[in-house]
Design a protein around this ligand. Structure first.
Ligand SMILES: *[C@@H]1O[C@H](CO)[C@@H](O)[C@H](O)[C@H]1NC(C)=O
Ligand SMILES: *[C@@H]1O[C@H](CO)[C@@H](O)[C@H](O)[C@H]1NC(C)=O
Ligand SMILES: *[C@@H]1O[C@H](CO)[C@@H](O)[C@H](O)[C@H]1NC(C)=O
Ligand SMILES: *[C@@H]1O[C@H](CO)[C@@H](O)[C@H](O)[C@H]1NC(C)=O
Length: 598
């Protein structure tokens, strides 16, 4: 039963208060504060009254006497005979919040109004993103904590490592019920003031929850992989094993590794290490390691300090230049550690340059030849490259100016010509004859090219004494000019060394020449182990010679009676144990193997 107590009721009550002046409130309800869920008792004791007692909340009658049937959590308790009508509210709710009055209806008297304030603790606070808030390295962080449905509004503080963090901004929102409020607090933390793994707590409290309620987040700072690429050992000699180690720190964790060298993927390395036998290419082509996590990849690369011997980077080229102009050679090597370059001419020990280039100014024909560009990496290796310098110029003839032939036999005179460009023409001339090639009478000219030059050979058959008396002019021409060599032909002595017909263990030496000796006497010398058997030696023509010394070295001389006609001599020699005999005259030296001696 609810009494609506608007205007007619208050009129009725004020009438009662006039009538029941003896009714007294021993206990009246007073202002109370209760936390929602707790019971609360509003006291009311009236003496000298036996009428109806009515509890009114915010002007609305709740029930008469003990009848609170409309409010299951409300009871009127106490000893009624003593006038006790306490209002017990079980498990208070927010709706209980209000102003209460206890009224003695028939006495027309009422208690003073008592304010019942119901407090509500906030719901458990919630940090958006909890339990783990991830952010990227370098980003600042805004943390938001909600503490809802509190009365009065919760206040929020932020705590890290036991210290309160200041500077949070908050807003409060009144709920539809007009009583509770929600609080939102936002905390800004700069990137420099935050570390991964830190825990930050939001504590929400109000009078209903003075100790507060907490929520905590863990900070997780994510970053690209941080990578160190180590190379062991260094420096290292080419051909040895090197280990690359890609040490990475990453959050979130590394998903994979990739390796490359000089832009080419290394497919057989998929982990954080790569082992390989290094060669020179590791010096110039960096090895890179790319480490990837969910955020992205980091790629770093390293060159290896590989020691290696010189390798040709630019090959020197052989040159053909005109006499008088400059010749410039260049070669380039790479090597590690640093190398030195030396240019030399083959066969000459002189260092011509220590640069990549060798410049020869105003070359002469003597400069032609092989040049060597040599590179040295100390204690590691040596490299060498040879080039050729060819100097264009007139021919150059180098031949023995006196050549020999045997009387009556076939003889040859050779003319050796160096010429770049090759000779256009080679001519032999003697007396009135000029012959370039082919055969004319007893004479034939043949020309052969060799690596070093051209050899022109004048061959004459059946040599006569007149052949020894003339000069032979060998001339070669090319576009730069000509060169001439005058060659003489000398008769070669015919020397024989045979076992002596009569004396065992002895040999007989005979020496003869058809043309006259140059002077009117000649020497015949030998350095050998042969013993001259003392005798007067005579030539077949009756010229006699006397040994002028005896022993291991001997010398014969004779006088010639005539400068015409053949001449010669023979000697008996004891040549036991001698394998070779060297016979020399003033104009020639001949070697003969010793004949078999018994
Ligand atoms: C944090 O809040 C501030 C102020 O509202 C804003 O300027 C900033 O962009 C926010 N930062 C992040 C990381 O959300
Ligand atoms: C890289 O090396 C530096 C210096 O040795 C070290 O401080 C750092 O922690 C290393 N980083 C990684 C990812 O290993
Ligand atoms: C790392 O970067 C270099 C240069 O951009 C590239 O050549 C190489 O292939 C990359 N490494 C990997 C493993 O992708
Ligand atoms: C050799 O022959 C050449 C060409 O025929 C000639 O010009 C030159 O004068 C000759 N030299 C001698 C010394 O006879």
């Amino acid at each position: 039963m609810i009494y609506n107590c608007d205007l007619p009721c208050s009129f009725f009550l004020s009438l009662l208060s006039v009538l029941g002046s003896s009714v007294v409130f021993i206990q009246q309800p007073h202002d109370l504060v209760v936390v929602a869920g707790q019971p609360v008792t509003l006291p009311c004791s009236i003496t000298g009254y036996h009428g109806t007692v009515l509890w009114v909340k915010d002007g609305l009658a709740l029930g008469v006497n003990r009848d609170m049937s409309g409010y299951p959590r409300y009871d009127v308790i106490g000893d009624h005979s003593k006038g006790e009508y306490h209002l017990l509210i079980q498990r208070t709710e927010l709706t209980d919040d209000g102003s209460f009055e206890c009224q003695a209806i028939q006495a027309a008297t009422r208690s003073r109004p008592a304010r019942l304030t119901v407090l509500v603790p906030p719901d458990d606070p919630v940090i958006i993103g909890a339990p783990v808030v991830s952010l990227r390295a370098g980003d600042s962080l805004n943390l938001t904590c909600h503490a809802e449905n509190a009365k009065p509004a919760a206040s929020i503080i932020w705590i890290r490592n036991g210290e309160v963090l200041n500077g949070a901004a908050y807003t409060k929102t009144l709920l539809r019920d007009g009583r509770r409020e929600s609080t939102v607090s936002t905390l800004h933390i700069s990137s420099s003031n935050i570390e991964t793994g830190q825990q930050i707590t939001c504590r929400a409290s109000n009078k209903a929850a003075p100790n507060g309620k907490e929520a905590t987040v863990t900070i997780d700072i994510q970053h690209f992989p941080l990578v160190n690429l180590s190379v062991e050992p260094q420096p290292v000699l080419e051909g040895n094993l090197v280990k690359f180690h890609c040490a990475a720190k990453a959050n979130p964790p590394v998903t994979h590794y990739r390796w490359a060298k000089g832009g080419n993927m290394i497919t057989d390395a998929t982990g954080d290490t790569y082992e390989v036998l290094v060669d020179h290419s590791f010096f110039t082509e960096p090895v890179s390691c790319e480490v990837t996590n969910a955020l992205g990849s980091t790629n770093i690369s390293r060159n290896v300090d590989v020691y290696f011997g010189p390798r040709l980077a630019a090959e020197p080229q052989s040159l053909q230049v005109d006499r008088g102009s400059d010749a410039v050679f260049s070669c380039a090597w790479i090597g590690n550690p640093s190398l030195t370059i030396v240019w030399m001419k083959r066969g000459h020990g002189v260092v011509l340059s220590n640069e990549n280039t060798l410049t020869l100014k105003g070359v002469r024909q003597e400069d032609a030849g092989k040049y060597v560009c040599r590179a040295v990496v100390p204690r590691v290796g040596v490299g060498e490259k040879e080039v050729m310098l060819t100097v264009n110029g007139p021919p150059s003839i180098s031949s023995t100016q006196t050549q020999q032939a045997l009387y009556g036999e076939k003889g040859q005179i050779k003319c050796f010509i160096r010429s770049t460009p090759p000779p256009d023409r080679i001519a032999w001339s003697w007396k009135e004859t000029v012959l370039e090639s082919g055969t004319s009478g007893r004479y034939t000219v043949e020309t052969v090219s060799t690596e070093d030059g051209v050899i022109s050979t004048l061959t004459m058959s059946n040599i006569v004494p007149a052949d020894f008396q003339t000069i032979y002019n060998c001339t070669a021409w090319n576009s730069f000019g000509s060169d001439t060599e005058i060659i003489r032909l000398k008769e070669q002595g015919n020397n024989q060394f045979t076992p002596h017909p009569k004396q065992p263990n002895c040999a007989e030496l005979s020496y003869s020449k058809r043309s006259a000796p140059d002077r009117d006497y000649a020497h015949l010398r030998s350095v050998s182990g042969c013993l001259m058997i003392p005798a007067v030696l005579c030539s077949p023509q009756g010229l006699c010679a006397w040994p002028s010394s005896l022993g291991l070295q001997w010398e014969l001389s004779w006088l010639s009676s005539s400068s015409l006609g053949p001449w010669g001599l023979s000697a008996a020699l004891d040549c036991r144990g001698v394998s070779e005999l060297i016979v020399s005259t003033e104009t020639e030296t001949q070697r003969r193997l010793a004949p078999h001696v018994h």
